[in-house]
Every structure is written in structure tokens, then in C-alpha cells.
Design a protein around this ligand. Structure first.
Ligand code: IMP
Length: 198
């Protein structure tokens, strides 16, 4: 069967393809279909954004669609940047400017209080008005300077619980095996194996 991934972010596509490596499944990306669509993520919840993205892409492609939305929630900042993680440092935000702003806002916060978690929501939109949500959370801490060159987003400043390296210091396989998105897409995989494909 064919499922469309509602993203062109190559980091995410690699991560997700590594997890959903099922024999009967052909995972397509927007690029594969020459679809040049930008869905504005303007909802105030991860579920709202994931559903909006999946539904809009489904309406264009008529293919079962997987869309995800992720946020980094920092305890000492009352959950910021949260659902606004991609635009934390403004309209022209980059991964670098977002990390910089986060580190600046946490400057006075001691190591002991730098708890944070990533949360991913995946929406699997199968038919009109028939969809399912899957979630994945990873707890960890924000360090005080960037470390590592792999990954994307806030990876260089996030050390997941049980590790002493950042996501950006991990290989793709290592990150996938513990990450928020990895956990959410593992649930998608179980769902596909149990309910749809076999
Ligand atoms: P998105 O909605 O999944 O694109 O995620 C929103 C923002 O969260 C991205 O622009 C990144 O800054 C950040 N983000 C999402 N996933 C990750 C991740 O796995 N590591 C680090 N940052 C991430």
C-alpha cells in the first residue's frame, strides 16, 4: 500500500523511513508527487496542526497521509516554545536563531532546573473524516551551549534522559531508537502491522 508523508524535511523523511520499513508499504513524500504545498501551522495545539496538515494534503493527494507536529516544552519557561517551536525567534527564524534565543532565555536557570521534553503528535488520515493520532514524548534537559552536528532544530541543546550526549551527537539510529518522533512512529508502525497491512 501507499502512504504519503506530509513533509519534505529530509531529516524527518530519513528518520521516518528508517522506522516504517515495512515490506508492503511504499512511503511517498510530497517531492515524489511533485506537490509543492505549504500548510500553515497556525493551530494552538500539536494535534490541531498535525490534523490540519494531514487533512489538507489528503484532500489534494487522495492518498492515506501521515503528518506530524512536534514541540519542545521547557519547564522553566512555562512550556515555551511548545507548539511555536519552529517560529520561536520570529518570522525568519532558523534552527540556529531558535537555539540561541532558547539558551539566552535560560541563561539564569541552573542546570538542575533545565528540564524539558519533546512531544510529537502524528495524525494518520486514512479517509475523509477518518483519522487516528499517535504520540511520543522524550524527557531530557537543555544544556548551556550547542553540542554536535547531526540532526536539526533543537538537537544540539537537548540531552535526552539516560544519556550524556545531545541528540545532535547521536547517530540517526541512536536518535530514532529513543526520540519522541521515533516513539510516535513506532506506534504508527504497530498500528499498520496489526490493523491494515497484514
Ligand atoms: P515540526 O512541526 O515537526 O516541524 O517541528 C517544529 C519545530 O520543532 C522544528 O522547526 C524544530 O525546530 C523543532 N523540532 C521538531 N522535531 C525536532 C527534533 O527531532 N529535534 C530537534 N528539534 C525538533
Amino acid at each position: 500500500m501507499k502512504i504519503l508523508l506530509a513533509t519534505n524535511n529530509k531529516h524527518k523523511v530519513n528518520e521516518i523511513k528508517n522506522i516504517l520499513n515495512l515490506i508492503n508499504l511504499e512511503l511517498l513524500t510530497l517531492n515524489d508527487l511533485n506537490l509543492n504545498v505549504e500548510v500553515e501551522e497556525d493551530k494552538d495545539t500539536l494535534n490541531g496542526n498535525a490534523l490540519k496538515k494531514a487533512e489538507e494534503i489528503y484532500k489534494i493527494s487522495h492518498l492515506p497521509t501521515l503528518a506530524d507536529d512536534t514541540g519542545l516544552f521547557v519547564d522553566a519557561l512555562n512550556g515555551e516554545p511548545g507548539v511555536y517551536s519552529s517560529r520561536y525567534s520570529g518570522e525568519n527564524a532558523t534552527y540556529e536563531s531558535n537555539c540561541k534565543k532558547l539558551l539566552l532565555n535560560l541563561k539564569e536557570i541552573p542546570d538542575l532546573n533545565r528540564y524539558a521534553h519533546f512531544k510529537t503528535i502524528v495524525c494518520y488520515y486514512i479517509f475523509k473524516d477518518e483519522y487516528f493520532f499517535f504520540d511520543g514524548i522524550m524527557n531530557g534537559k537543555i544544556i548551556s551551549e550547542n553540542r554536535g552536528n547531526n540532526g536539526f532544530g533543537y538537537d544540539p541543546v537537548f540531552v535526552p534522559d539516560g544519556f550524556d550526549k545531545t541528540y545532535a551527537e547521536m547517530t540517526d539510529e541512536e536518535k530514532n531508537s529513543v526520540s519522541h518522533r521515533g516513539k510516535a512512529f513506532q506506534k504508527v508502525k504497530e498500528f499498520l502491522v496489526n490493523k491494515i497491512i497484514i
